[in-house]
Design a protein around this ligand. Structure first.
Ligand code: SF4
Ligand code: SF4
Length: 246
């Protein structure tokens, strides 16, 4: 599969003429394409430092732009605009405004880790994608992504009880993202699962949904986790030059 590349030339800066003759030569259409000049002056010289300070972004400086991550990427195969190599290039060169043009798709990484295995420099591009999505959100460039909403719902349940209950996670995720619970695909999936589910397991799931199981003696672990998360959040905000969370 070829590497789908992206260009720093913006489509709106390409000019063509429907009808143009120069020195008697017809150069209409694409033959007369001109590129409007553009000065990039909005560098963020700390961009690489900021991304490297977030979990997952630590090794972004190792990238040598071989493109293996993009070439192997699951999402890129469906959407060529999703391009880890290109975003890492923008991070390393401080081209923040260019990066923000893709702020609405960076979070779409599905964490398949194909890029991680393909990368010859141990950059861990999957981690960089996570760090980038986190950076976009912390800087206020985009609302919380659906995957972040899911992470928070999942983590909050673990912190609260030391366990998770899948049905509750799904309900909480749908509530946070404003989705109705009775979606056709979900109803169909539940119906099929219910048909094949062993009775005893079904009863245990129903019991867990109603009584919310808890891990015994979980309080010290919860306190330690909450302390770690608070420290981590504060460190992330400091690295990005942001004040304490409001
Ligand atoms: S982990 Fe993300 S960036 Fe890496 S290959 Fe999978 S979808 Fe692409
Ligand atoms: S595979 Fe690794 S070294 Fe190559 S472009 Fe991607 S992150 Fe950079």
């Amino acid at each position: 599969m070829p590497i789908h590349e992206k260009s720093l030339i913006r489509p709106e800066n390409l000019l063509t003429h429907d009808k143009l003759v120069l020195d008697g030569v017809d150069v209409s259409g694409h033959w007369s394409t001109f590129i409007e000049s553009r000065a990039v002056s909005d560098y963020n010289e700390k961009l690489e430092e900021e991304v490297a300070a977030l979990p997952g972004g630590e090794f972004v400086h190792r990238c040598w732009q071989c493109g293996s991550c993009t070439n192997s990427c699951t999402v890129n195969a469906i959407n060529p605009d999703f391009n880890p190599r290109f975003w890492i290039y923008l991070v390393r060169t401080g081209m923040e405004a260019e990066l923000l043009r893709d702020k609405d798709i960076i979070w779409q990484c599905v964490s398949c880790h194909k890029c991680t295995y393909a990368c010859p420099r141990d950059v861990v591009p999957e981690g960089v994608m996570k760090a980038l999505a986190h950076w976009v959100e912390l800087k206020g460039h985009a609302p919380k992504s659906p995957s972040k909403e899911f992470d928070e719902e999942f983590s909050e349940q673990v912190f609260a009880t030391g366990k998770i209950e899948e049905g509750r996670v799904i309900r909480g995720f749908f509530r946070r993202t404003g989705q109705p619970l009775a979606q056709d695909w979900l109803v169909e999936m539940a119906r099929r699962v219910a048909r094949r589910l062993p009775i005893l397991l079904g009863l245990r799931l129903a019991w867990a949904a109603v009584w919310r199981p808890r891990t015994r003696g979980w309080a010290p672990a919860r306190a330690a986790l909450n302390e770690y998360v608070a420290e981590r959040k504060a460190a992330d905000r400091r690295a990005l030059g942001l004040g304490p969370e409001g």
